[in-house]
Structures are given as structure tokens and as C-alpha cells.
Design a protein around this ligand. Structure first.
Ligand code: ARG
Length: 464
């Protein structure tokens, strides 16, 4: 990238060139050049509107638009020379336009400022990123539905405090992640509405003296609304903060999911296998197969939380309207969007490839007295108050710990030591199948509820 030329676009007022270090220090082109497509899209809409406002002739408008398209091709072909002395993506593209078409190129910036230009570009860019992220969420959710359907009847221990609590179906467990992702999707759809409002026309801060027609640019750029105050339009970045907040919640979910995959693939759990392509080995311990993808997603969560905190701090002390501080909005925002999208992509690829080890899950559910609550509920049905039942079952569990027997392994006589209300029919209740089948209501773990929930999930995805 060249740095040796003098910035021409605001040089009029200055009597010496900007210090070379200051030029590099204040430049943003290294990172904001990724906005080029949206910058050109905004400029094409602006030029179209300027012709309708009588500022450009149709010939000038056509020349500007054709050359902006050529510049986009140059950038995409890698032949465009980005210049740090031109500070940012906006001035690089404008300078190139003027190189190509001279004085007509200099007319493009009429009635606008880089302040409303950049605010528009980031919104256009983020709107597209949100759409890509929503697509990855849906893909991951499809994978979860497929796996949940296949594992609707697979029994595993459910945990609270990471201690065996009650049996659940693996399909039900997977659908918990589906629900979280549905809310993440909703949050991003909601954030998109406030992102998709157009600041273009705010100019530097106060609006412009030209007869601009903001309805035209709004329509051309597909914005849902026009920002109602020029000072607010150029200065606030709340939509970016909101995005990072929604992205942080989504990453928090993926991080918890990651933690479970790490636990489940460990030698201590062995609930699932991840295909080798999502894992790596150790350079020293030949037996190792590490769940790198989930570990890395868990680790990357911190970057997105950092972006949220960074943007909040960036904005909190700024007076109206635009301040150069705002240039610092881009790197955290870009990084948060990239990190979330990549993490979702990795999960969407990985989830359908999860191989459950059904026998091991079942064995684990048989240990740890996971049907103790079912025994208590059974005694309630026989007419005892729940607190008494809780105590009775507590004694039975204590006996089980001492004798090394699970509840279902005790004889009827052994169980009757704790309550004479216990009869032969208790054994149906103490099985894993009996336990999960009994939780047969909306949101419960019974296999047929899991199948119904999968259908609900499919309907939801089809409605998007
Ligand atoms: N590169 C700047 C940014 O990212 C563009 C706006 C600059 N405006 C200005 N008046 N210096 O925010």
C-alpha cells in the first residue's frame, strides 16, 4: 500500500502535509476497505438521487455509475492500489473516480459527508452479515432437528449440578440447543430492523442545503426507514452495539454447547464420538484425540464479549455528533461478526456428524439413582404427601449406596422395608423408559414429545 502521496481531498485549509506517522495512525483503510462493495452501492444510489435533484446531469450520473462499477471490478481483480495517505475506503474510491473521470468525479460528494457515508456503509454491511449469520443458524438448527429425531428414544442421564438427576432423552437434550438458537435468531432479526435505517442525507451533522430526496436513496438501498435526525444519524452506533450484544448471547450459547461436547467426548463420559475431521491429535501423547473445534469456539467467545464491552466504552463519552473515535467501531464489529459466523458454520458442519454412544449413555443413566424422583412420584400416587415420599426414597437410596444396588435392582421385599405402599407395579416406574415416557407433556422429555417438538421445529424453519 503506498503512503507517499499528499492527501488532496481536504488539503485546502492546510499549509503543511500531515506528518507521515499521523497519516498512518489516523488511517483506517487497512481494515475499512472491506466495506468497498457497500460504499460503491451507497455512492451509486447517491449519484442516482443527485441527478433527480438536479445536481448532476444524466450523462454525469451515468459516467459516475459506470466508473464506480469499473472500480469495483478493479478492487475485486486485485489491481486497485489502496493508498494509506487517502485515509479510508471512501476517499480511496473517490480519488480513483476522479483519476478516471476528472471533474465529474469531484461532484459525487455533493450533499454528503464521509460521516453519513460511513454510517450508511456499516449499516449496509452489517445487514448483509446478519443475513449470512441467520442462514448459518438455520443450518445448525436443521442439523439439530435431524439428530434429535434420530435420537428421540435414546436415554441418557440428565444433570443438575453436573450430578445425575433424572433420565432424559438425547433428542430432548439436543432440542434445548434448538430453542436457544431460535431466540438468537429472533434477537438478530430484531437487531436487523434497527440496523436497516438510513443515515445517508445527514451529511456532516446538520443535513445539507441541496434539494436531496432521501426517499429515493432509501428505496434504492432497500432501507426500511430514514433516520429522523441528522445528528443522531451520523453519530450513534447503537445498532452495532446491539448486534454485538445479540452475538455475545449466541456465542455464550455455543460456548455452553461446546463445553458439553468437550465433556461428552472425554474418556470419563464417552457419550459421543466426534469424527476425526473435527479433532486433532497431540504431538506427544499418541492416544489423544482432542475436540479442538468446540474448545476453540468456547475460547473465541471472549473476543465477542470483548467487542461488546469495547463498543460500549467507545461510545459512552462521546458528545454529539460524529467524532473520530467512531472509526474504532469497525474492527470489533467486523471481528464479532466473523467470529460468530465462523463458529456457527463449524457447528452446523459438525452437529450432524455427532455419533452418540447409546449403550454408554444408557449405562450412565442406570447409575446414580436417576429414577429416584419417579419412585417418590409413585408413592404420591399411592396417597402419601410428597415430603414423606422424598424421605422414604432418600432411605432407599442410602441403602442402595451401601449395598451397591440401583433402585430397579432391589427386590420387592427390599423396597418394602422403606414403605409398605410399594407393590409389584413399582418396577415399571423404575425403568428408564417408564421414567421418560411418563414426562409426556409439551416441553417434556418423552420420546413422542421429542418427535412433536421436531415437527414444531421444522414448521418454524419453514416459516422463515
Ligand atoms: N474513516 C472514518 C470512519 O471510519 C470515516 C469518517 C471520517 N469523517 C471525518 N470527518 N473524519 O469513521
Amino acid at each position: 500500500m503506498s503512503t507517499d502521496k499528499t492527501n488532496q481531498s481536504w488539503g485546502g485549509r492546510f499549509s503543511e502535509p500531515v506528518d507521515a506517522f499521523v497519516a498512518r495512525f489516523t488511517a483506517s483503510v487497512e481494515f475499512d476497505k472491506r466495506l468497498y462493495r457497500h460504499d460503491i452501492m451507497g455512492s451509486i444510489a447517491h449519484a442516482t438521487m443527485l441527478e433527480k435533484a438536479g445536481v448532476l446531469t444524466d450523462a454525469e450520473r451515468d459516467e459516475i455509475i459506470a466508473n464506480l462499477k469499473d472500480i469495483q471490478s478493479e478492487i475485486e481483480a486485485g489491481t486497485f492500489e489502496w493508498r494509506v495517505d487517502l485515509e479510508d475506503v471512501h476517499m480511496n474510491i473517490e480519488a480513483r473516480l476522479t483519476d478516471r473521470i476528472g471533474v465529474t468525479g469531484k461532484k459525487l460528494h455533493t450533499g454528503r459527508s464521509r460521516n453519513d457515508q460511513v454510517a450508511t456503509d456499516i449499516r449496509l454491511w452489517l445487514r448483509d452479515e446478519i443475513d449470512l449469520i441467520l442462514g448459518e443458524i438455520t443450518r445448525l438448527q436443521e442439523g439439530l432437528l435431524g439428530l434429535a429425531e434420530a435420537e428421540a428414544g435414546t436415554i441418557m442421564p440428565g444433570f443438575t449440578h453436573l450430578q445425575t438427576a433424572q433420565p432424559v432423552t438425547f433428542g430432548h437434550h439436543l432440542l434445548a440447543w434448538f430453542e436457544m438458537l431460535s431466540r438468537d435468531y429472533e434477537r438478530l432479526v430484531d437487531c436487523r430492523k434497527r440496523t436497516n435505517r438510513m443515515p445517508l442525507g445527514s451529511a456532516a451533522l446538520a443535513g445539507t442545503t441541496y434539494p436531496i430526496q432521501r426517499e429515493i436513496t432509501c428505496e434504492l438501498l432497500g432501507f426500511e426507514a430514514i433516520s429522523g435526525n441528522s445528528l443522531d444519524g451520523v453519530s450513534d452506533r447503537d445498532f452495532a452495539i446491539e448486534f454485538c450484544a445479540a452475538a455475545s448471547v449466541a456465542m455464550m450459547h455455543l460456548s455452553r454447547f461446546s463445553e458439553e461436547l468437550v465433556l461428552w467426548t472425554s474418556a470419563q463420559f464417552q457419550f459421543i464420538d466426534l469424527p476425526d475431521r473435527f479433532c486433532t491429535g497431540s504431538s506427544i501423547m499418541p492416544q489423544k484425540k482432542n475436540p479442538d473445534v468446540p474448545e476453540l469456539v468456547r475460547g473465541k467467545t471472549g473476543r465477542v464479549f470483548g467487542a461488546l464491552a469495547g463498543l460500549l466504552v467507545l461510545m459512552k463519552g462521546q458528545p454529539l455528533a460524529y467524532n473520530k473515535d467512531n472509526q474504532e467501531d469497525k474492527e470489533p464489529l467486523f471481528d464479532a461478526a466473523d467470529t460468530l459466523r465462523d463458529s456457527l458454520r463449524a457447528f452446523a458442519d459438525m452437529v450432524p456428524a455427532i455419533k452418540p454412544r447409546r449403550e454408554i449413555m444408557r449405562e450412565a443413566a442406570l447409575r446414580g439413582f436417576s429414577t429416584a424422583t419417579d419412585l417418590a412420584d409413585y408413592l404420591v400416587r399411592k396417597g402419601l404427601p410428597f415430603r414423606d415420599c422424598h424421605e422414604i426414597v432418600g432411605h432407599a437410596v442410602k441403602y442402595g449406596v451401601q449395598t451397591g444396588k440401583d433402585l430397579a435392582e432391589m427386590s420387592l421385599d427390599e423396597l418394602r422395608q422403606f414403605s409398605d405402599q410399594i407393590d409389584d407395579d413399582v418396577f415399571a416406574v423404575l425403568t428408564l423408559e417408564g421414567s421418560v415416557n411418563a414426562r409426556d407433556h409439551i416441553g417434556g422429555t418423552a420420546p413422542n414429545q421429542v418427535r412433536t417438538a421436531v415437527q414444531r421445529g421444522r414448521d418454524l424453519l419453514a416459516s422463515r
